[in-house]
Design a protein around this ligand. Structure first.
Ligand code: ADP
Ligand code: 5GP
Length: 211
């Protein structure tokens, strides 16, 4: 069974991280989407417990107090956080946990989990970003401006990330992230027990056969 780890995907709002994360999860049973808790209002088409756990401020505060969140942050004036239980469940199932979180959250994840992988997703151009944000149509003009303001700061954090993927054609971006996961799975540090056993076996065989 593949060992579980966390893959955090960050991007300026509208780049397509939710779309990419969903495509990854749909394409493979090995991946599971981390459903965050948030105080932001539900959007048309979103499902409770599917896209987010939509909670009130009091409930979110209680989750913080009770240590239920692996990380949390205020983004665009709302609170968002990753329940620890998501990670525990993914570990139990041996699946890779995909986190669609902001840069403050990614920082906390890397601090908490030394083997986490971080990917920064970029739109192919500014025009494409604006078109995607407008086409999604989920924000009024004031909220959209606020997201663009946040995007300016998020772009400054790109150097903190391990990988960068440009989400031009969706299929290509998904393929590139799958390739990153494939390579990360071959890291010696993730396979130390398995490789130690194979080395021992090879060593024994070589010693038996050597003159
Ligand atoms: P984010 O989660 O980064 O805020 P979304 O996943 O909600 O962004 O995507 C924003 C909009 O862009 C959505 O309407 C989505 O369908 C669209 N989109 C995402 N990826 C692509 C892509 N590669 N090409 C064209 N449109 C895309
Ligand atoms: P949206 O409201 O568009 O769904 O998300 C707004 C921002 O919050 C996005 O950058 C998204 O990645 C981020 N976000 C969603 N869930 C979490 C979370 O659990 N933790 C953190 N830190 N950010 C999150």
């Amino acid at each position: 069974m593949n060992r579980s780890f966390a893959l955090a995907i960050c991007a300026p709002s509208g780049t397509g991280k939710t779309t990419v994360a969903c495509a990854l999860v749909e394409a493979s049973d090995d991946f599971v989407f981390s459903v965050s808790a948030t105080t932001r209002p539900i959007r048309p088409g979103e499902g409770e417990g599917v896209d987010y756990r939509f909670v009130g401020r009091d409930e979110f505060d209680a989750m913080i107090r009770n240590g239920e969140l692996l990380e949390w942050a205020e983004v665009h004036g709302e609170l968002y956080g990753t329940p620890r239980a998501n990670l525990e469940e993914a570990e139990h199932q041996g699946r890779l946990l995909i986190l669609d979180i902001d840069v403050q959250g990614a920082r906390q994840v890397v601090e908490a989990l030394s083997d986490a992988v971080t990917v920064f997703l970029l739109p192919p151009s500014f025009d494409a970003l604006m078109e995607r944000l407008r086409q999604r149509g989920s924000e009024d003009e004031a909220r959209l401006r606020r997201r663009l303001e946040t995007a300016k700061n998020e772009l400054k954090c790109i150097d903190e990330f391990q990988y960068v993927v440009i989400n031009d054609r969706l299929e290509d971006a998904v393929e590139q992230i799958r390739a990153i996961v494939g390579a990360e799975r071959q890291r010696l540090s993730r396979r130390s027990a398995e490789i130690a056993q194979l080395r021992r076996q090879l060593q024994e065989g070589l010693e038996r056969e050597s003159p």
